[in-house]
Write a protein that binds this ligand. Structure first.
Ligand SMILES: [Zn+2]
Length: 187
């Protein structure tokens, strides 16, 4: 059973579920939470989430750093706010307002105000930056997304595009190959 080496930062319980539900198993399936247990010390609480792949049944444990909200009940609903900001960003993007979308997405992945381990936040931030011709910044955002969700073909594909735009052709090629290989494997 695989487990993350360092605790995943979470600023709300809602995000723990979202993080787990967005993780892909090696088989291509997605994980669903089975149970949660509190760990760590009173000054540095962590939560261990046991999850099971909905496709093949493989189990995986995730450990979250919950010290930013544990015991602070007014913070428990905070993911709602992050989701609203994310929706606002997507609406700005559709309306052709990349600067507005960028500002909202930076809030979505903000270490204090948002959820820094939200891969789709980094992914869309990368897309918005690329759209504005800021390839190097796009690469940085997309590399964070790919580190969080390494088995997502779409993230590798857009990272390849950003690398290409930044003049890193070999690395671009590697991520493009990875995207194709994952897509072929998952079907
Ligand atoms: Zn699986």
């Amino acid at each position: 059973m695989k487990s993350s080496l360092s605790p995943i930062p979470a600023n709300s319980p809602g995000f723990e579920f979202v993080y787990v539900a967005n993780q892909r198993c090696e088989c291509g399936g997605y994980f669903a939470t089975v149970n949660q247990s509190l760990q760590g010390s009173p000054t540095h609480p962590t939560e261990r989430v046991l999850a099971r792949c909905e496709a093949c049944g493989a189990e995986r444990a995730f450990v979250f750093d919950i010290s930013s909200f544990f015991g602070k009940f007014e913070r428990y609903d905070r993911f709602q706010q992050t989701e609203d900001t994310f929706r606002r960003a997507m609406a700005a993007l559709r309306a052709g307002k990349p600067a507005e979308a960028e500002a909202a997405l930076r809030e979505v992945v903000d270490p204090e105000k948002g959820e820094p381990a939200f891969a789709w936040g980094h992914y869309h931030l990368g897309r918005v930056l690329l759209m504005q011709g800021r390839a190097k910044e796009a690469v940085a955002a997309l590399e964070r997304a790919v580190a969080i969700q390494p088995l997502e073909p779409d993230i590798h594909r857009v990272l390849a595009r950003a690398l290409q735009a930044a003049g890193q052709k070999e690395r671009a090629q590697r991520h493009l190959q990875r995207a194709e290989e994952l897509k072929a494997r998952f079907g």
